[in-house]
Ligand binder design. Structure first.
Ligand SMILES: [Zn+2]
Length: 447
């Protein structure tokens, strides 16, 4: 969903309470000569998002995206971020055409028939992920829908259209078709401790990742759309567990909450696996210091991602007890029923020997010395998490630190678009419900 749409817990509550936006009449948005970047056979059109200043006295006050020249300018495209709009298709298009919104997306897909509207060229940086480092390196795809309603909006036509678009983009930009690179907005970390709680949680529990990856031609390990989940017959050591719920039968409890109270959402298939503090079904859900700073447990509120692992995510197994498996999750042990996972593989990341705990970050920007005098320094801030010695996390990818600086350019490309490259290196990990970064100097990669 647009980054400015649901910035606070109150707004989240309104969004999940069923308070849907009023349905607008279809807008007669202007067509342009721009050709959409789309795979042949898809119904695509291009309607440009706004690119305009909102306060002429403030150079930085403009919407709704940065002009760039990806990947030729060195700012490469590594991810595709999946969203839902929380509003109707035409209202979303109108929002992206208002520069005061300061949000955008590369693509928007209609629920009823899968029609695609492109709003920002893929070479440009859309403001969509709520984390500028991920904006720099991703393409955003919005889906018309209200996440708490789930399958009512996430139609087969939409899944098929979206998957064909993703296959086209992945082939063009060499993006791996795996869950480490085809991400939900809900998997993007906050950039500061204060920002973590406000990060969005779309497309949410009712997005069928297993079916989506079947359509991408890259089935998720241990899961398929016909509901077959594999038992973990053999594990490497130390083992990786890939979350693999049986979507159609996995009607986990979820609630919609407002200041007036909570109501149960109607049962439907979900991608949710709940994580508990102990290996028993009545143990409390694990909490998260951003959403529950008082140390209280997680909840089944649809906006509370504290205790939710999602289909296709991978974590490192820490212990087993009967039918329960413990994984390292957000700096602590978290238990799930073993049948919810399948064996995975990949590099494992752990604190370097001698370190009692290491910091966790939400961005991979360069060290201050790397910035030229003309570019303001953007600092990497530790989040409210640490990784204690001995814990292991699934390694996604190593990154050289970078930062793309842009200012409003009136439609041309003058020299004040700068890619800053640092010497500092980070390793991206599957950390909790979201990805995160650790400093490469703080860790060793086990395999
Ligand atoms: Zn979103």
């Amino acid at each position: 969903m647009p980054a400015a749409l649901l910035g606070t817990a109150v707004a989240l509550a309104a969004a999940v309470s069923g308070a849907q936006p009023a349905i607008a009449e279809p807008s007669s948005a202007p067509q342009t000569a721009d050709k959409p970047e789309c795979s042949i056979g898809l119904s695509c059109r291009f309607i440009p998002a706004a690119y305009a200043q909102t306060d002429p006295s403030k150079p930085a006050a403009y919407g709704n995206y940065h002009k760039a020249d990806r990947p030729r300018d060195g700012d490469d495209i590594r991810y595709i971020v999946i969203h839902d709009t929380e509003e109707r298709y035409d209202r979303a298009i109108a929002r992206f055409q208002d520069p005061h919104a300061r949000v955008s997306t590369h693509y928007l897909i209609r629920s009823s028939d899968g029609e695609i509207t492109q709003l920002v060229h893929t070479k440009d940086i859309a403001h969509q992920a709520g984390n500028y480092w991920f904006n720099m390196h991703s393409i955003g795809i919005e889906h018309e829908g209200v996440l708490a309603d789930g399958a009512h909006w996430y139609t087969e036509a939409m899944y098929q259209s979206s998957a064909r678009l993703v296959r086209y983009l992945a082939a063009r930009y060499h993006i791996p078709l795996d869950r480490e690179h085809i991400l939900g907005h809900e998997e993007i970390p906050g950039t500061t401790p204060a920002g973590v709680a406000a990060m969005h949680y779309d497309p949410g529990p009712y997005w069928d990742w297993a079916h989506y990856f079947d359509l991408l031609g890259a089935p998720l390990r241990g899961a398929s759309s016909d509901g077959v989940a594999l038992l973990a017959a053999h594990f490497a050591d130390p083992p990786v567990l890939t979350i693999a719920p049986r979507f159609a039968k996995n009607a986990e409890p979820l609630r919609s909450c407002t200041t007036q109270g909570c109501t149960d959402l109607p049962a439907q298939g979900s991608n949710v696996i709940y994580l508990r503090t102990e290996p028993r079904a009545d143990a409390p859900l694990v909490g998260d210091p951003a959403l529950h700073p008082d140390g209280s447990p997680g909840t089944t509120w649809v906006a509370d991602w504290s205790a939710r692992a999602v289909a296709g995510q991978s974590f490192v197994v820490a212990a087993r007890r009967g039918k329960w498996t413990a994984i390292w999750f957000g700096g602590r042990l978290a238990w799930l029923e073993s049948r919810a996972g399948a064996p995975g593989y990949g590099p494992l990341v752990t604190p370097r020997p001698g370190r009692s705990a290491i910091p966790v970050y939400g961005t991979a920007y360069p060290e201050a010395d790397a910035y030229p005098a003309t570019v303001p320094v953007t600092t990497v801030v530790p989040l409210q998490y640490t990784i204690p010695a001995g814990q292991l996390y699934f390694g996604v990818e190593p990154h050289r630190s970078d930062y793309y600086y842009a200012e409003f350019d009136g439609g041309t490309m003058p020299g004040y678009h700068t890619l800053v490259l640092g010497d500092r290196r980070f390793v991206e990990i599957s950390f909790n419900h979201r990805h995160a970064f650790v400093d490469a100097a703080d860790v060793v990669i086990v395999r």
